[in-house]
Design a protein around this ligand. Structure first.
Ligand SMILES: [Zn+2]
Length: 66
């Protein structure tokens, strides 16, 4: 693997981490606002098993499928 490829992979990892942090931050904000557990798109309650799989999940299954 060459250095350029390594660099690209490292950058992708940083972006993933930042996206994850952003997602968690948004979930915390929704908890503060009492909106946690509801889809950010349609406002429907997000299924408990989806939230169990990903506590920071923002959208219901229907909206994710979009
Ligand atoms: Zn939805």
């Amino acid at each position: 693997m060459d250095a350029l490829q390594n660099q690209a992979m490292a950058q992708a990892q940083v972006r993933r981490r930042q996206a994850e942090r952003q997602k968690v931050r948004a979930a915390l904000l929704r908890i503060e606002e009492g909106e946690y557990g509801f889809c950010t798109d349609c406002g429907e309650e997000i299924a408990a098993e989806r939230r169990a799989a990903d506590p920071a999940i923002a959208r219901c299954l229907d909206c994710t499928r979009g």
